[in-house]
Design a protein around this ligand. Structure first.
Ligand code: ZN
Length: 71
């Protein structure tokens, strides 16, 4: 049954793509949703209290970066 085979191949392909996306997401650095700073040792990110995404744990630093960026 070639149809069955195709479906299996498609599932395998989808799985590969999903794994690739997961790996890419892991490699990519998270950014603060407020000031756009990349996560680093100097800029630790934590979950935003409103649940909108990662944001700086250092609120003052975040505010300063936002002011500097004109946001
Ligand atoms: Zn920030």
């Amino acid at each position: 049954m070639s149809n069955e085979f195709d479906a299996k191949a498609l599932r395998e392909r989808a799985k590969q793509i999903a794994e690739q996306r997961r790996a890419e997401r892991r490699a990519r650095k998270r950014k603060c949703v407020l000031c756009g700073a990349e996560e680093s040792d100097k800029v630790p990110l934590g979950p935003h209290p409103d649940g909108i995404g990662p944001s700086c744990k250092d609120e003052i630093g975040c505010q300063q970066r936002r002011a500097a960026a004109g946001r």
